[in-house]
Design a protein around this ligand. Sequence first.
Ligand code: PLP
Length: 396
Amino acid sequence: MANTIEPGVMATYARADEVFVDGAGAVVRTADGREFLDFLSGIAVSALGHNHPRLTAALHDQLDKVVHLSNLFRHQHTESVATRLCQHTGMAAAFFTNSGAESVECAIKIARKAMQVRGSAHRTSFVALEGAFHGRSMGALSLTHNEAHRAPFAPLLEVHWVAPNDVGALQSTIRERQPAALFLEPIQGEGGVRELSREFLQAARAICTETDTLLVHDEIQSGCGRTGSFLAAQHHEVTPDLVTLAKSIGAGLPMGACLASDAYKDTLQTGEHGTTFGGGPLVCRAASVFLDELDNGLQEQVIARGEQLHAGLQMLKNEFTIVKEVRGRGLMLGLQLDRPAQEVQQALHKKGLLITCTKGDVLRIVPPFVITEEQVADGLQRLREALAAFSPLPAK
Ligand SMILES: Cc1ncc(COP(=O)(O)O)c(C=O)c1O
């Protein structure tokens, strides 16, 4: 990994050396014609894969109409996407953003303002979970647990940390600290594809209701159908007060949303929050196509491909002792290894499979929703070969 391609770009990422130029479905291609199978989706973003014909046609059409208007004016796609997101989530209103971090910032501001409105302005702190990742802007970073991400930027907002799935610790922390809001990811993405238990999610809902604490579900990575239901928390029948979305919703275009339940849909008044670009016609047209696809069979495909992938990963776990655990749901899966996952990730890269690691020892598998049955089988085979190279003797 070296930042050799664009020396003028800040070195905040370790970039791979390949220069990618195009793609189709779950395959991307380099300038010199090499093809990579995509188990990464640009970090859980490209739900419709690459060069999706209906998305491309709709975007061309939109380019011929209008690209930007600002939020001073109404637009058909902005309003219809807001309505559809609310229908899918049980929320009542959307604030559109350009990224995940901005969706989280909006949720932070709604929580702070809600406390002021109800005469609890002293409730300014937050509770979040160990392993959480909510973004890199100052508010979102405050809720992000990784000390290496946080330390250079102190001081941050006051956040109290609770271990995932520790119901007792969550209840006592919220009762004692009286935060404005609890933020959680129903499935922690950067935290190693770690699922919160049904019991914990339901207990979080109950304690937040009891203490008038806002419950914010960050479904930026797990949402928009990736886990087999529109929101991951819907598997557990838990409804938060606010939901943050981004990644898949724009099918590759920069878009996010903070959705508020009926009780909080009017908390931010005119002029109290804003964005120049958020919710513009072009990105909402993309979201509109994405939602059409999801509603017209793609959600079922996610479920089917997720089951295929999960079963294949379980077989790899049975076969190789270096695989410790299979985690996640739908097309948000993780393979925990007994070693730094980067070693295997680099071997897979050489085999033409794009994949990322999280939490040091987890290979994260988040392919486009449009990945085919054959491509899943192909990816599993490449994984198998890479794992075999690291553990030559069949162990079980
Ligand atoms: C759960 C979660 N929240 C927030 C973010 C931040 O999103 P963005 O990078 O678009 O600001 C991410 C990004 O990985 C995420 O996975």
